[in-house]
Write a protein that binds this ligand. Structure first.
Ligand SMILES: Nc1nc2c(ncn2[C@@H]2O[C@H](COP(=O)(O)O[C@H]3[C@@H](O)[C@H](n4cnc5c(=O)[nH]c(N)nc54)O[C@@H]3COP(=O)(O)O)[C@@H](O)[C@H]2O)c(=O)[nH]1
Length: 601
């Protein structure tokens, strides 16, 4: 009944009409009855609204009238032009049990969002049918205008219910919907998302000392800066007071940490609010989901807990909900920051590991980078190369490797510690290969270090070649024509296509150490090695085995005609000075005998 009363209220404008208007719902319940209808029928609005029309007019109990009214509602589309229903549809009682003849017109109007209609009736004395039509149209126009105004007001209400009126950001209720959507998505795509809670440090002091107006301006300024730090489909909400929430879709802990840091940085510069310059820092708590919760309430609690932790940690910082995750992420981020400085701080060093042929001659040296971190000690490339690839630092690092290694081998050749046919191998990463500048860097380095191009060997992993084989073939052809030797590294671990292998301008295949280490233990590994060596030979390529550690492996590889071997069995990767000493020694003795096994850590 409350709903009907509410619906009725929106039509009161029709009380001003000299024509009788009433509105029926599909089940023939009266929704509205105007003043003129009250006069004509003698039935008051509050008696008829919310009741079945037929119960007030005995003649309507005759089924023919009812089926006519029901017919109106069976139309799938609204009746836009008034159509006459029946002259006697709503008779006006006259003294002596007579009825006044009237014309009844019906139009339908959309009632609810679900597409249902109300039937809008206008009745008029038969003598003035045209006036009735005219009045019906006028009333409808007015009504439409009213409905439009009401819809706008409703829109405003919806906005108020879902958005914060100070900042225009989403509010708690919209954030909750966003979290439910993100949780549903995560169940489908198994990707993580992050909810961050951000609280302004000492906001209360600003409010107390500068007033609430300045406080509101600060909240708006913070909201603007937050929105500029996230993508369009991320959600920034104000939870109330000085607390904001940021929902980041498809987000790893590393991304979340980066975004949080960029938010802290963005909020730090002063906010110009009227004539005041206000500084504010913030504390951010991060809940990585679904780990931190599988419903909006738990996730918010986790983000809140993390935010309190951030405050406890001295404010102006961010913390993850899980301590372990926080430590791991922070360790990675610190390492990444250190990596940015490592080149300038000259913390990278190259180690060199020899490649030996069947006769024990050193046919080449591979340059392997290490990071001599000032506090963490020596860090393996497998720990920082992926990080360098991700951040783009791989380009300057690789340029340094190329230049340092080429300078080194030139020096060894000049001193006759290494034959002029020996090659220096450097590893080339996928990202490096994709850089437009790679070709220029290569040319420049060879000319600067005066190294014969045929003395340079580029080791490319199988996967980096197969990432975009067509483009790689074009680039490698260009490089190959210049002179460098090209080797596919870690062969057998990726998905090489034989079709492309045939077309690639490569010179050697390096058998991955996982197969070499299966020699004597796993028949399959041995068979794979034999196939790789045969494949290399049939394509006119050299074969190299890496990770050789035992006599048994050396014998197997020699028996199967592997062209050169590399591994701890012969020599571990050595720092430049030790490698120089090692090459100097063996250059005088010609060969690297098994008895000259040199192992350094
Ligand atoms: N893009 C670049 N990648 C580089 C560079 N320098 C190294 N790398 C790549 O990092 C990965 C790890 O390298 P590293 O820790 O140096 O390990 C190499 C050898 O030290 C190790 N090795 C050699 N012999 C043995 C052995 O007998 N046993 C054993 N367990 N390990 C051994 O194997 C790694 C050989 O690397 P590779 O020949 O390249 O496959 C590695 O993927 C490097 O490529 C760089 O400057 N740029």
């Amino acid at each position: 009944m409350d709903d009907i009363k509410k619906a009725s209220e929106q039509f009161v404008i029709l009380d001003h009409s000299p024509i009788g208007h009433f509105i029926l719902r599909k089940d023939l319940v009266v929704i509205f009855w105007n003043k003129c209808m009250e006069d004509w029928s003698g039935i008051f609005r509050d008696k008829i609204v919310g009741t079945d029309l037929a119960t007030h007019f005995s003649h309507l109990e005759d089924g023919k009238y009812i089926s006519r009214i029901k017919g109106i509602f069976q139309c799938s589309a609204p009746i836009t032009f008034p159509s006459q229903v029946d002259k006697y549809f709503i008779p006006s009682p006259l003294p002596g049990g007579k009825y006044r003849i009237q014309s009844t017109f019906v139009t339908s109007i959309p009632a609810q969002e679900n597409g249902e209609y109300y039937a809008f009736f206008s009745i008029q004395d038969e003598t003035n049918v045209m006036a009735a039509l005219e009045s019906n149209n006028r009333a409808l126009r007015q009504l439409k205008k009213e409905i439009e105004v009401r819809k706008q007001a409703e829109g405003q209400l919806v906005k108020l219910a879902r958005y914060d009126n100070v900042t225009g950001l989403a509010n708690r209720s919209l954030l909750r919907e966003g979290l439910l959507r993100a949780l549903a998505k995560t169940r489908r795509n198994h990707k993580t998302f992050a909810l961050m809670f951000l609280d302004l440090d000492h906001f209360k002091d600003i409010n107390d000392t500068m007033g609430h107006d300045v406080g509101d301006l600060l909240l708006k300024s913070v909201a603007d800066r937050l929105k500029r730090r996230v993508r369009e489909n991320d959600l920034v909400a104000r939870m109330g007071g000085d607390e904001f929430a940021i929902l980041i879709d498809d987000c790893t802990p590393d991304n979340a940490a980066h975004i949080s840091q960029s938010i802290l940085d963005a909020l730090a510069p002063f906010h110009k609010l009227d004539n005041n310059e206000v500084f504010v820092s913030s504390s951010i708590g991060i809940a990585m989901c679904p780990d931190a919760g599988e419903d909006p309430e738990t996730i918010c609690k986790s983000a809140d807990t993390a935010m309190y932790l951030a405050k406890k940690m001295g404010r102006n910082n961010f913390q993850f909900f899980s301590q372990k995750l926080h430590e791991q992420t922070m360790k990675r981020i610190h390492l990444e920051n250190d990596l940015r400085r490592a080149l300038d701080q000259k913390e990278f060093v190259l180690f060199y590991q020899p490649k030996v042929d069947k006769g024990g001659n050193v046919v080449g040296m591979e340059a392997l980078i290490r990071w001599q971190h000032n506090t963490l000690g020596m860090i393996s490339p497998s720990k920082f190369i992926p990080m360098a690839e991700k951040t783009g630092l791989i380009t300057p690092i690789s340029e340094w490797v190329l230049h340092t290694a080429c300078t080194q081998i030139s020096e060894w050749q000049k001193n006759h510690y290494l034959s002029n046919n020996a090659k220096l191998a450097v590893n080339v990463s996928l990202r490096q290969l994709k850089q437009d500048s790679f070709w220029d860097t290569l040319q420049e380095t060879l000319s600067l270090t005066q190294l014969e191009p045929h003395c340079l060997e580029l080791e490319l992993s199988e996967n980096s070649i197969m990432d975009n084989p067509q483009a790689t073939i074009t680039l490698l052809n260009k490089i190959h024509q210049m002179g460098p030797f090209i080797t596919i590294d870690d062969f057998g671990t990726g998905y090489s296509s034989l079709y492309y292998l045939r077309r690639l301008p490569i010179d050697a295949i390096k058998i991955d150490m996982s197969f070499v280490q299966g020699i004597g233990k796993d028949n399959n590994d041995e068979e794979i090695i034999k196939v790789i060596i045969t494949l290399a030979r049939s394509l006119g390529l050299k074969s190299v085995a890496e990770g050789v550690e035992t006599n048994e492996q050396v014998n197997f590889l020699h028996e199967n005609q592997c062209d050169s071997l590399q591994g701890f069995y012969f020599c571990r990767p050595l720092p430049a000075e030790v490698a120089t000493h090692f090459l100097k020694e063996i250059s005088s003795e010609e060969k690297l005998e098994e008895s000259q096994l040199l192992i350094t850590d």
